[in-house]
Design a protein around this ligand. Structure first.
Ligand SMILES: C[S@@+](CC[C@H](N)C(=O)[O-])C[C@H]1O[C@@H](n2cnc3c(N)ncnc32)[C@H](O)[C@@H]1O
Length: 389
């Protein structure tokens, strides 16, 4: 990351992290599917532009998505001789923002890259979006300003139920946490039940450190339940926390819903990269604030050290998978996707935990010819693990 990349995001640096994750995952999504599918659809259901500070909208989600899809289209054609048709659909409710969006669309659209813009309210057109996608593969971004009546599993069901549609939802914890604090008000409770269902009543009390994670997991579970809830090919969901600029407190979570193991794995890989970016952004913001305050950019404090979050070595998931000595199991993409989803974690955290257990002689990789420094299991090749003690 270059410091100059952050300039258009001054004061809203969390947007940079969001766009990095979106771009990194979209690139993987398109390059994988583009090898097999003649048409790929991308929908930005709350397109903006919102607080953009550039002429070419490179600091917006739709600007980023068009850049990525164009680059992928070229690569697919040049390197793999695959011609993929892209259909992008941007929806925006505000007349002022839509006027700008229309100009962008008019300049960018072409015969192999069709872009449509609808001046509409997302809630009015969910079914129409589903029809627009048809039976093709699609990625849908739901990035509203609020949450009421928008991100509930029932409102999103027409999209969630489509087996070829992946959805990325901004779960605006900043506002949801406040609403949860006011659930004694009847209107608030009814809105919240749309999101969390009756399970809300069981949530940890205010002040409990588990509350944020517990409610997020309940929401993820409900999204899956409104799609394909069980079976080997059930829908899966993972999330990524986006923090307030210069802080480690979560502002919102990007919740990813996919129907494929590879979707979970690729999102986890992109998330791990976005996590590194988030650490660098946090460091930059703290430095900039200090420079502004003291005029001295060289001062350094412990507060600036990268946080440990996302850097853990998770041993417990492996011990649960292989509960007693003598247990043996093949670890391929489905098993890895299951572990990522269950623990809502990065692949690196699982690999570090496994390496620790291998060093302690608790688990052995039967297919590993020599010691590895990074990956305790190569799940792309489906390797066998055995618990020894
Ligand atoms: C958070 S901004 C989107 C930011 C954009 N995804 C990005 O990252 O650059 C939300 C946008 O949705 C628009 N919006 C709000 N309510 C809407 C609705 N019900 N339907 C469609 N658009 C809406 C707002 O005008 C605003 O431009």
């Amino acid at each position: 990351m270059k410091q100059s990349d952050l300039v258009p995001y001054a004061g809203r640096e969390q947007g940079f992290v969001k766009h990095q994750l979106l771009s990194a995952y979209l690139q993987r999504f398109v390059m994988i599917l583009g090898q097999h599918c003649p048409r790929i659809v991308y929908v930005d259901a709350f397109a903006g532009p919102w607080e953009s500070a550039t002429d070419d909208y490179r600091d917006t989600s739709f600007g980023q998505a068009v850049r990525i899809m164009r680059a992928c289209q070229e690569q697919l054609e040049e390197k793999l001789h695959k011609r993929v048709r892209f259909d992008a659909l941007f929806i925006e409710k505000s007349p002022a923002a839509f006027a700008k969006l229309e100009v962008f669309v008019a300049n960018e659209k072409g015969p192999e890259f069709n872009i449509s813009a609808w001046h509409d309210d997302f809630q009015n057109c969910v079914t129409r979006i589903a029809d627009f996608i048809g039976s093709d593969f699609a990625f849908v971004l739901i990035d509203p300003l609020g949450w009421k009546g928008i991100i509930s599993p029932s409102a999103l069901a027409p999209l969630l139920k489509k087996r070829r549609v992946e959805v990325l939802i901004n779960y605006m914890w900043k506002f949801l946490s406040m609403a949860v604090g006011h659930q004694h008000e009847a209107a608030q409770l009814s809105n919240l039940k749309e999101i969390f269902g009756e399970g809300l009543a069981e949530a940890p009390l205010a002040g409990d450190p588990d509350r944020e994670c517990w409610l997020l997991n309940l929401y993820r579970k409900r999204l899956v339940e409104s799609s394909v809830a069980s079976g080997a090919e059930r829908t899966r969901s993972v999330s990524f926390p986006v923090q307030y600029p210069g802080s480690t407190t979560s502002k919102y979570f990007l919740v990813h819903v996919t129907h494929h193991d590879l979707g979970v794995i690729k999102f986890a890989e992109a998330s791990e990269k976005a996590h590194e970016t988030q650490q660098s952004v946090r460091f930059c913001v703290i430095q900039q604030r200090r420079e502004k305050k003291t005029g001295n950019g060289d001062l350094f404090s412990d507060q600036d050290a990268p946080s440990e979050a996302g850097q853990e070595a998770l041993e417990q998931p492996w011990l649960e998978l292989l509960p007693v000595a003598g247990c043996e199991m093949c670890i391929g993409q489905p098993e890895m996707a299951e572990m990522i989803e269950r623990n809502n974690c990065f692949i690196g955290e699982l690999q570090r935990g496994l390496l620790n257990l291998q060093k302690q002689g608790v688990i052995v990789n039967l297919d590993m010819k020599r010691a590895r420094s990074k990956n305790g299991v190569n799940f792309d090749k489906t390797e066998r693990l055995k618990r020894l003690v």
